[in-house]
Design a protein around this ligand. Structure first.
Ligand code: PXL
Length: 277
């Protein structure tokens, strides 16, 4: 069985980060090891959330793993709290990375043209350094615009030249496979475009746009990609499945009159994911 380490916060209530990664990657058949970077009462879209930073636990936890000679098939980072934690991740990649370990970075920090409340431009630049140490990165257009110094454009203003230039600049950061999420190259459609800088291949996948946005969908997409790659799929197939699974989950969530405002009903669609081809 593959073993995946995921490093992100625990938002106790909110359906994001670890509370999505753990069930999704486990359901896709990999052992999922967690390293929580902080504990929050909720995600940061709620008011008055509490936060306990866990940076001081990263050293002792990883030291213990080293002494147990633990190896990972993939290391997947999501929402991290501080620039110092990004430095800690770079060390962790050196310690546990290697030929047989996929480093998958989702540089979670922004959406819809804006940084999340906890972050600033210095953090964005640090995230660009983390992306440099990865094999695969999956920023959204907002995150990529901050890391590449390109203007942010809304979906209606995307065109192929804009997306390809952004992918090219991301590739210059250093990762082999660069995937942009929230790409719209046709009206009424949304999806992803990826670029493998070793082969020079681009991959575009678009599905019908569901007119709603929910928190946690980026984490659902990224966790699905990691789980699918661990199941032996190519990065292109993993992106396609993750995109259509995320869209399907948004659709199902919209049909629930009692849906929570803060996240999607991925629990309802997990059985479908396991069977997706
Ligand atoms: O879904 C990304 C995410 C993860 N963790 C925390 C967040 C967010 C997005 O807002 O606030 C704490």
């Amino acid at each position: 069985m593959k073993r995946v380490l995921t490093i992100q916060d625990i938002s106790c209530l909110g359906k994001c980060s670890i509370t999505i990664a753990l069930p999704v990657i486990s359901a896709l058949g990999s052992e999922t090891v967690i390293l929580p970077t902080a504990v929050l009462s909720t995600h940061t879209m709620f008011s008055n959330f509490t936060v306990k930073d866990l940076s001081d636990q990263i050293g002792p936890i990883t030291e213990h793993w080293k002494s147990e000679d633990v190896k990972f098939d993939a290391i997947y980072t999501g929402y991290l709290g501080t620039p110092e934690q990004i430095d800690q991740m770079k060390v962790l990649f050196e310690t546990f990375g290697g030929e047989d370990t996929l480093i998958f970075v989702d540089p979670v920090m922004a959406d819809n043209g804006k940084l999340y409340p906890a972050f600033d431009m210095a953090y964005a630049k640090k995230n660009a350094q983390l992306c440099a140490a990865a094999d695969i990165i999956v920023p959204n257009i907002t995150e990529a615009s901050f890391m590449t110094d390109m203007e942010y454009r809304e979906e209606k203003d995307h065109d192929e030249a804009y997306i390809k230039e952004m992918l090219d600049r991301l590739a210059q950061l250093g990762a082999r496979v660069n995937v942009l999420t929230g790409v719209s190259l046709e009206p009424g459609k949304t999806g992803v475009m990826g670029f493998d800088k070793e082969t020079g291949d681009y991959y575009l996948y678009q599905n019908e746009k569901v007119n709603a946005t929910f928190h946690g969908t980026g984490d659902l997409f990224a966790s699905t990609c990691v789980g699918e790659i661990m199941r032996g799929r190519s990065w292109q197939d993993a992106m396609r499945i993750a995109c259509s699974y995320t869209a399907r989950t948004i659709e199902v969530t919209m049909q629930d009159p009692k849906k929570p405002w803060y996240g999607v009903n991925f629990e309802e669609t997990l059985p479908d994911l396991i069977r997706m081809r």
